[in-house]
Design a protein around this ligand. Structure first.
Ligand SMILES: Cc1cc2nc3c(=O)[nH]c(=O)nc-3n(C[C@H](O)[C@H](O)[C@H](O)COP(=O)(O)OP(=O)(O)OC[C@H]3O[C@@H](n4cnc5c(N)ncnc54)[C@H](O)[C@@H]3O)c2cc1C
Length: 299
């Protein structure tokens, strides 16, 4: 249960962190954010970095709500995402999803940057980020880089973050008057999502009437990374947002995800995860449909 020896470095600014990443460019370096993935990995999963760079950067623990987008700093904790009025009122799907992460202890320490960078296949926030069309903000010594979250996740623990890069934040566009929801089947032992589905749906009529003009639906837990479900989304567009359409859309999840790709472990076979996926797509869409244009939820 004790981690192997490592060099500890502490950064108090983004510049210091980038200097340390450059200085240790040839070493195996990990960033310490909330530590809720890294520390267990070092204690029990054989992760043995040479250097750990502890991010103690207040500037990255910030929420900046602008007219059409909200920028969330990488060190923003789940607890802040849940409680901050600026998050709840502008990107409520992110607040709702963060409230589903682990338990109070984890929500008090774990960060949005660490959650996305760790890219656990059952992590919650990747689904919300995908359904929100978020953009991941990266920096290295040469400058800044923006990666649409649709291009960010590459596999279990694999992302677009390159050696020497720091994830500094996430930019989340606002989707006014859209219905949203995160529906999750919680893993009984870990709290991660066995399957979690995030949905954002817009209609062209008031109060959820009219046709669906835009739908974004993303799943976590089902395969080795969080993914958008384009066949589900396409099935909804230009039709009514009623229960028949939702059931039809949910069944399209099987088109989006080949059964052979479904994760299988001691808790759930791939086949069961496929059933969960369809059920939780429907649940997320039902809740999103109830919330379209419901100002009370975002006030
Ligand atoms: C018991 C338990 C239950 C959990 N349940 C859930 C759950 O229900 N849902 C869920 O989504 N998660 C869950 N988690 C994971 C938790 O949310 C972690 O906090 C999260 O995965 C990682 O965030 P962190 O801030 O703790 O990152 P750390 O553990 O500090 O870092 C994780 C990884 O990300 C890298 N990293 C961190 N920050 C940056 C950055 N700014 N730039 C570049 N790389 C960076 C690190 O190098 C490391 O590889 C659980 C964890 C535990 C221990």
């Amino acid at each position: 249960m004790f981690p192997a020896a490592f060099d500890y470095e502490r950064a108090e600014s983004v510049g210091e962190a980038l200097d340390l990443l450059e200085e240790h460019g040839d070493a195996d370096v990990e960033i310490l954010a909330g530590g809720h993935s890294l520390v267990p990995a070092m204690k029990t999963e054989g992760r043995e970095p040479d250097v750990v760079v502890d991010l103690d950067v207040p500037a990255l623990d910030a929420v900046n709500a602008l007219d059409d987008r909200t920028v969330v700093g990488a060190l923003t904790t789940y607890a802040t995402l849940v409680d901050a009025g600026a998050v709840r009122s502008t990107v409520p799907l992110v607040a709702e999803t963060a409230s589903e992460v682990g338990d109070t202890q984890i929500r008090n320490r774990g960060t949005i940057g660490g959650n996305l960078a760790a890219a656990h296949p059952g992590a919650d926030l990747p689904a919300a980020a995908l359904a929100s069309d978020a953009v991941v903000l990266l920096r290295d010594r040469d400058g800044k880089r923006e990666v649409p979250v649709t291009d960010f996740f590459r596999g279990d623990g694999e992302t677009a973050v390159e050696r020497g890069e720091l994830l500094t934040g996430v930019r989340i566009p606002h989707t006014d008057e859209a219905g949203f929801a995160y529906a999750k089947k919680t893993h009984p032992a870990t709290g991660y999502a066995m399957v979690g589905v995030a949905a954002v749906v817009e209609t062209d009529g008031p109060g959820g009437q009219g046709s669906v003009s835009r739908a974004r639906v993303a799943a976590t837990g089902a395969v080795d990374r969080a993914v958008r479900l384009p066949a589900v989304e396409e099935s909804l567009v230009d039709g009514p947002l009623d229960s028949a359409a939702i059931d039809a859309a949910a069944s399209e999840a099987r088109v989006d995800i080949d059964p052979g790709r479904l994760r299988s472990d001691a808790y759930a076979s791939g086949e069961f995860r496929g059933e969960l996926l369809e059920t939780y797509v429907a649940r997320a869409l039902e809740t999103a449909a109830e919330r379209v244009d419901d100002d009370a939820l975002t006030a």
